[in-house]
Ligand binder design. Structure first.
Ligand SMILES: [Zn+2]
Ligand SMILES: [Zn+2]
Ligand SMILES: [Zn+2]
Length: 219
């Protein structure tokens, strides 16, 4: 799908947005054309419309968070290499991880509506656990303000995600840190074990702090 880059007037310094890929567009230097920053345009070649009732399982796996924040998505136990569309919502790859950290931080998710385009709001990265009242609409790129601080995730409008239950247990993640999260079961495993603490380079860290920090820039 081709980029559809539009200019936004008076938007706090954020001037260009790609409507196709829900991502900001920038110039690497003044002589270059404006390009969209989306890192997985290939997924947008395969937009899959699904009915939420036809989805029994959504699982995400970060194969090794020590090395990269690449994530794999599995829907109904099959790897999903496209962009999921549920009714009016286009679920971006980052939105699954945003949901995971919101749930881990016991956030009550309530999506707001963008006054410019009517798009519903999803927060990810550090915004998935930091309540705020200035949201950036990723459908149109406009900033907008709401009265009361909140955190939203469109996925939570279609499913009733259980809270994540963690066991009092520790995993050493020096070799690798594979995170697998089953959204509809509320099951989160690190290297195949359920735990609330991690040990990295002889230092202990709780899992919520670790994942908040590791995914803070994934927005
Ligand atoms: Zn684009
Ligand atoms: Zn909007
Ligand atoms: Zn927001």
């Amino acid at each position: 799908m081709k980029c559809n880059i539009k200019h936004i007037e008076k938007n706090q310094g954020l001037e260009h947005w790609c409507l196709t890929h829900k991502t900001k567009a920038t110039k690497s230097d003044l002589t270059e054309p404006i390009t969209c920053d989306c890192q997985y345009k290939n997924l947008y070649e395969n937009i899959v419309v699904m009915h939420p009732k036809k989805i029994d399982s959504i699982k995400i796996i970060y194969p090794n968070l020590n090395k990269s924040t690449d994530v794999k998505v599995f829907i109904n136990n099959q790897e999903f290499t496209g962009i999921l569309k549920l009714e009016n919502s286009v679920i971006d790859l980052k939105d699954y991880g945003g949901l995971m950290i919101s749930k881990l931080n016991n956030i009550k998710l309530e999506s707001s509506k963008c006054p410019y385009c009517g798009g519903l709001h999803t927060d990810n990265g550090k915004f998935a656990y930091t309540p705020h009242n200035k949201h950036l609409c990723i459908y149109c790129g406009h900033f907008y303000k709401i009265e009361k601080k909140n955190i939203g995730n469109e996925l939570a409008l279609y499913f009733d995600f259980p809270n994540i239950t963690l066991l009092d247990n520790k995993q050493v993640i020096d070799e690798k840190c594979e995170v697998s999260y089953d959204l509809l079961k509320g099951e989160l495993l690190i290297n195949n074990a359920c735990c609330n603490n991690l040990e990295l380079n002889n230092k202990e860290i709780d899992i919520v702090t670790f994942l908040n920090k590791t995914l803070e820039n994934e927005y």
